[in-house]
Design a protein around this ligand. Structure first.
Ligand code: OXK
Ligand code: ADP
Ligand code: TPW
Length: 571
């Protein structure tokens, strides 16, 4: 064939999707194949993208969300229509709740049939269902609009307050053919997707005026501060102000937990007593008792002033009045505060920092005493002491954590030393993030992952140990096996079935990892746990340690027992 008889070069929906993602620096997709996206997943791989295939879409979605949190680029989850879409939707909504950027891309069935409800294969109006459950939702009907659709999704996910975006691709889109050059021109490389937002100078001055008058100031770092990757600015703010700080769970490690200014070990005291609180990327939601009530000192609350740094202009006053809202990106806001404070800023009164240090030391020694014990079977504390020491020796390792007691004890026992090394159940207290988050942490960073899992929590995503083995990821899962939800000692008063919170006794979760070629270890003592964890970290091999914990240890719902209706009613 000669040149002039050649048909004009064409491209199709498949390639335009792939090219649009690659053009925007997205090289990894988490998903699960099936009609109508099986070929898309193959072609993604063939064109050099990494496709991490999961066993359930919710775990793929959680992986995308964690990737978004860790990298500031939207994590991508790809699913099939209706049931696959719905499986991914929980993760998308959870990501939105946590302010993590992700994009759920789902294939969908034929619009003409779906809209007339004529019973198409996996029929569902996915766009309508997704809309109220995420930050933004778009559908692309024509190949020439794929570039725009992906650009809009990226911008919506990462700009302002980050969140989840749904992108609906009907099956027909992938096969649509168009001129290759026109297709190339239709793609958009998003410029400055998450623009800096500089705070207004008068808002900065207002915040400084409030802070200047403080006798008992406190800085509260939230996961927004971790997400912002403004680590140096935050450290400078904390250290040059001399103000004590409290990290929310996923902000642990922004400054090392062993930092002299950390007030984490005397949390109740500082929340109740502080007179000015600077919120940095943390909302005053249930995790902070809505900024009021007993936690915040009851009557003391009336005299307290909040300064709130947040990118969302509507966050302030959501629970209590905010005296000085500082709207902007955390890096810019914190830098503006530091500049305004100048070199002669007065550090907080010694009376305040001294009282904190005294209480903190007392609590730390009490904790040290508990951690020194080595009971048999293991307690949460004795098992977590082992993990604490291994994390201390491997500060680059990423800790994933879920459960109730396993979560709450690990949060206060396992110190973190570097930013964005702790991923957990977040704003919803959701179970099931474990293996998805672990896979994403390993894939995006290449670092060792240590997943500290309640036995119930692990069950929500446990099948993904196959995924971990398949991709040979450096993930060590430690299942805190106490035979049930919270603990294993409940009884059914009528006999017969086990109680709703009970599991099969003495289960061997380690065998699950062995089934797929990974390393399984049954650890009944802290010494066995120590050996197995160190070996896992040294080898980087997929490992599951079944840590046998006293089944009577722990409490219902961990430290949030008060939220249970039966407990709340007694208050
Ligand atoms: C902290 N503390 C310490 C230390 N660190 N003491 C000694 N040494 C160290 N290193 C003290 C701290 O001062 C507190 O004591 C106490 O330990 C607990 O600390 P912390 O930080 O964990 O605080 P608290 O009160 O539990 O925090 C509140 C919270 C947190 C709501 C922010 O509980 C949280 O993030 N919870 C998430 C729970 C969740 O999502 N669960 C999901 C599953 S349950 P005092 O004396 O100062 O108070 C569920 O959904 O259903 O059951 C269900
Ligand atoms: P935590 O649970 O740790 O207290 P939250 O999820 O409640 O944290 O709060 C995170 C906050 O951080 C959200 O209100 C979000 O708008 C904000 N945020 C996220 N990224 C940024 C950023 N780059 N700059 C400013 N605020 C941010
Ligand atoms: C999606 C409710 C909170 S914590 C938990 C459940 C079921 C498990 C606690 O037992 P586990 O931990 O993991 O063995 P431990 O350390 O106390 O022994 N469904 C979802 N999310 C939540 N939060 C629940 C149920 C829950």
């Amino acid at each position: 064939m000669t040149n002039d008889t050649q048909a004009p070069a064409t491209t199709d929906g498949f390639h335009l999707v792939i090219e649009a993602l690659k053009l925007n620096g997205i090289d990894t997709v988490y998903g699960l194949p099936g009609i109508p996206i099986t070929d898309l997943s193959r072609k993604m791989q063939a064109e050099g993208m990494r496709f991490i295939a999961f066993r359930h879409e919710q775990n793929a979605g959680n992986a995308a969300a964690a990737a978004g949190f860790l990298t500031q680029k939207p994590g991508i989850c790809l699913t099939v229509s209706a049931p696959g879409f719905l499986n991914g939707l929980t993760a998308l909504t959870n990501a939105t709740t946590n302010c993590f950027p992700m994009i759920l891309i789902s294939g969908s069935s034929e619009r003409e049939i779906v809209d007339l409800q004529q019973g198409d294969y996996e029929e569902m109006d996915q766009l309508a269902i997704a809309k109220p459950l995420c930050k933004a939702a778009f559908r692309v009907l024509h190949a020439e609009d794929i570039g725009v659709g992906i650009a809009r999704a990226i911008r919506a996910a990462v700009s302002g307050r980050p969140g989840g975006v749904y992108l609906d691709f009907p099956a027909k889109l992938f096969g649509q053919v168009m001129d290759a050059a026109a297709g190339q021109r239709s793609l958009i490389k998003v410029v400055d997707a998450a623009p800096r937002q500089i705070p207004a100078p008068d808002a900065v001055q207002r915040a400084l005026d409030v802070l200047k008058g403080a006798k008992r100031p406190l800085i509260l770092l939230g996961k927004g501060a971790a997400y912002a990757q403004a680590d140096d600015a935050i450290r400078t703010f904390v250290e040059s102000s001399g103000i004590p700080y409290l990290p929310m769970s996923m902000a642990k490690g922004l400054l090392p937990d062993t930092h002299a200014q950390s007030a984490a070990a005397t949390r109740s005291y500082v929340l109740a007593e502080a007179d000015v609180v600077v919120l940095v990327g943390a909302r005053l939601n249930w995790l902070l008792s809505h900024g009021k009530g007993k936690t915040w000192g009851g009557a003391n609350a009336a005299n307290r002033k909040f300064i709130q740094i947040d990118i969302s202009p509507t966050e302030a006053d959501s629970n209590v009045p905010i005296a000085a809202p500082l709207v902007g990106d955390i890096g810019s806001c914190v830098a503006a505060l530091v500049a305004g404070m100048g070199p002669n800023w007065a550090r907080p009164p010694a009376e305040w920092t001294g009282a904190i240090a005294e209480r903190k030391d007392k609590n730390l020694s009490k904790m040290a005493e508990t951690l020194a014990k080595d009971p048999s079977p293991m307690s949460f504390h004795s098992a977590l002491r082992v993990i604490r020491d291994v994390v201390k020796a491997n500060p680059e390792a990423i800790v994933v954590n879920e459960g109730a007691n396993t979560l709450d004890f690990a949060r206060s026992i396992v110190d973190m030393y570097l930013p964005r090394k702790r991923l957990d159940v977040g704003t919803w207290g959701i179970m099931g993030i474990g293996m998805g988050f672990s896979v994403a942490a390993a894939v995006t960073t290449g670092k060792q992952v240590i997943a500290i899992e309640g036995d119930s929590a692990f069950g929500f995503s446990g099948m993904e140990v196959e995924t971990i083995c398949r991709y040979k990821l450096p993930v060590c899962v430690i299942v805190f096996n106490n035979n049930g939800v919270y603990k294993g000692t409940d009884v059914n008063p009528r006999g017969g079935d086990m109680a709703p919170t009970q599991f099969v006794k003495a289960a061997r979760y380690d065998k699950l990892m062995e089934a797929f070629g990974g390393v399984g270890v049954n650890a009944t003592t802290s010494a066995e746990l120590d050996r197995a964890l160190k070996e896992a970290v040294a080898s980087g091999r997929p490992t599951l340690i079944n840590a046998v914990i006293d089944e009577s240890a722990g409490t219902e719902s961990g430290r949030i027992t008060s939220l249970n209706p039966q407990t709340a009613a007694k208050k």
